[in-house]
Design a protein around this ligand. Structure first.
Ligand code: BTN
Length: 194
């Protein structure tokens, strides 16, 4: 049977859209690319909502920013596509999808699967975000950066904090996923028995 998008799903998606936005405001300035909590919340969206709903919740966040709501680290608006960090925002959608895809394969995923799924999604975010960053800096806005500096700003300086938070998020997810699954099952209409 095709799973329906319930009111509960809508509320959870809206919650993670809001958390992704809040994540942009919780930041530490680091040269070129800030350290933020966005990736923690978008990864958690994939873990708790699954591939499709997780990706939808993050996509809504990115759309909100693109239409002009200042939910990104440097504001919002369509011109944000020319900011070097925009690639990370698009990659958050893919990252949440990949994380969700790996974790939803099991009804009660192990901690190892949860952490593996988180790191896999985060790897997509870093790689796609860094490539976009390099292209925009060097070929669009004429602010040349070397590959070394790109790796330093987009990964080395920020990843340790992101990884520590991902472990924390995975611990939280390990406890919450079974609860969400149980609630999911109890909302699926059961056939009537006489
Ligand atoms: O402009 C934005 O709003 C996006 C900022 C992206 C920050 C990236 S996400 C991956 C990496 N980890 C961080 O903590 N910061 C960068």
């Amino acid at each position: 049977m095709k799973k329906k998008f319930t009111t509960r799903d809508l509320i959870l998606c809206a919650l993670f859209t809001a958390l992704s936005a809040i994540g942009a405001f919780i930041r530490i300035p680091v040269p070129l690319v800030p350290f933020t909590l966005q990736i923690t919340f978008t990864t958690l969206a994939g873990l708790l909502l699954g591939s499709k709903k997780g990706a939808i919740s993050v996509a809504v966040y990115v759309l909100m920013g693109l239409i002009g709501i200042p939910v990104f680290t440097q504001g919002g608006g369509f011109s944000y596509v020319l900011k070097p960090s925009f690639g990370f925002l698009v990659a958050f959608i893919i990252g949440a999808f990949v994380t969700g895809l790996i974790v939803e394969k099991k009804q009660n995923p192990s901690f190892l699967r949860i952490i593996g799924a988180s790191f896999a999604g985060m790897a997509f975010v870093y790689v796609l975000g860094a490539i976009y960053f390099y292209i925009i800096c060097n070929f669009v806005i004429n602010a040349p950066v070397s590959i070394g500096k790109t790796v330093m700003s987009c990964f080395v300086l920020v990843a340790p904090g992101n990884i520590a938070l991902a472990i924390l998020a995975a611990l939280v997810a390990k406890r919450i996923i079974p609860i969400l699954n149980r609630q999911n099952q109890s909302t699926v209409p059961q056939p009537k028995t006489v």
